[in-house]
Ligand binder design. Structure first.
Ligand code: ZN
Length: 176
C-alpha cells in the first residue's frame, strides 16, 4: 500500500464526471487500499478517486459508526467503520436537511457552510463488485453526499451558502 498524492484545485479532474468502475481486478483492490491509506494519512474521513487524480467512481469513508449516538461518552474508543463503495448512487434522501461546516482535502484553507440531507440511502458495489445498500444519517450522510458529489465534479464550494478561511472562525470537524 502507498499514500497517493492528493490533487487540489484547479486540477481539472476535480471538475469532471468520473467513469463507472467495471473491472474488479487486483489493481482495483490495490487502488482501494491506497485510497484508504491516503485518507488516513491526510487525515480525512472520506476520499473520492478524483482527489488522487483518477476519474473513477470510487469512494472510501472511515467514520465512527455510532457518532450520532449522544449517549456514547467514549467516542474516542468507539470502533470506526470503513466503507469502500464503487459506483455509489443516492437512492433516497430525507426531506429534512442539516447545515454544517465542511472542508475538503482538495480545497485547502477554505471551509463553508453546506446544507445537506439529514439522511440518505446509498446503493453501489462493494470492492468485490457485489451490490450493496446502506443507510446513513447526520455526519455520515453528509460525508457520503460530499464524496458522491466529487464523482460528479461537484465541489462543496458550489453548494456552500458562504465560504471562509478557517483561521477566522470555526474549524470544520473533519476534512473530506
Ligand atoms: Zn472533498
Amino acid at each position: 500500500m502507498s499514500v497517493r498524492k492528493i490533487v487540489t484545485l484547479p486540477e481539472p479532474v476535480l471538475k469532471r464526471k468520473a467513469h463507472t468502475v467495471t473491472k474488479f481486478d487486483k489493481n482495483l483492490q490495490a487502488l482501494i487500499d491506497d485510497m484508504i491509506e491516503t485518507m488516513r494519512a491526510a487525515p480525512g474521513v472520506g476520499l473520492a478517486a478524483p482527489q488522487i487524480g483518477l476519474s473513477e467512481r470510487i469512494i472510501v469513508i472511515e467514520y465512527l459508526e455510532n457518532e450520532e449516538n449522544e449517549e456514547d461518552e467514549d467516542k474516542e474508543d468507539a470502533p470506526k467503520k470503513v466503507w469502500a463503495v464503487l459506483n455509489p448512487e443516492i437512492i433516497k434522501r430525507s426531506e429534512e436537511t442539516l447545515t454544517g461546516v465542511e472542508g475538503c482535502l482538495s480545497i485547502p484553507n477554505l471551509v463553508g457552510e453546506v446544507e445537506r440531507h439529514a439522511a440518505v440511502q446509498v446503493k453501489g458495489l462493494n470492492r468485490h463488485g457485489k451490490p450493496m445498500k446502506l443507510k446513513a444519517k447526520g455526519w455520515l450522510a453528509r460525508i457520503f453526499q460530499h464524496e458522491i458529489d466529487h464523482l460528479n465534479g461537484v465541489l462543496f464550494t458550489e453548494r456552500a451558502t458562504h465560504v471562509w478561511r478557517p483561521s477566522d472562525e470555526i474549524e470544520p470537524e473533519q476534512e473530506v
